[in-house]
Design a protein around this ligand. Structure first.
Ligand code: ZN
Ligand code: ZN
Length: 143
């Protein structure tokens, strides 16, 4: 079980050059199946945990941080040395930073609670969990 007493969670990239901290509580945790997440991460889907941007701090390795602005005006942050994808910031969720849960090294305060952008999921991926599903054009309409 997550240690809910911990007030801070910590994460890092694959080469450990970038380390970051998040002040709990988080705002949400969900699996995203959108095209851009799948491509940017090379994965069937990406599990995000969301925070207000003042809750996330890069504690080490700022010189390695690279940012890519997507065609949806979102910023995707990654490590320039090892390529690990780290954060998402987008105009639909102003003031928030979404953190890749796979790169968080310590317990957090919640588990994934939804699948979003389910209509965009990879044709070779079947969603098998019982979590609520959101999709449609916006990616967040209740199914
Ligand atoms: Zn790295
Ligand atoms: Zn996505």
């Amino acid at each position: 079980m997550p240690d809910t007493a911990a007030k801070t969670a910590r994460g890092s990239c694959l080469c450990r050059g970038i380390r970051f901290e998040m002040t709990l509580p988080s705002r949400f945790c969900a699996h995203c199946h959108c095209n851009n997440c799948r491509r940017a991460h090379g994965a069937a889907f990406v599990t995000w945990i969301g925070f207000q941007n003042d809750q996330v701090r890069i504690s080490c390795g700022t010189e390695l941080v690279q940012r890519y602005r997507t065609d949806t005006d979102a910023t995707r942050t990654f490590c320039s040395r090892c390529g690990t994808t780290l954060f998402y910031e987008g105009p639909r969720w102003k003031g928030e930073i979404h953190v890749v849960l796979a790169n968080v090294d310590t317990p957090v305060d919640r588990k994934p609670a939804a699948n979003v952008y389910v209509d965009h999921r990879a044709p070779w991926w079947e969603i098998t969990d019982d979590l609520p599903r959101y999709g449609g054009e916006s990616g967040t309409e209740k199914q």
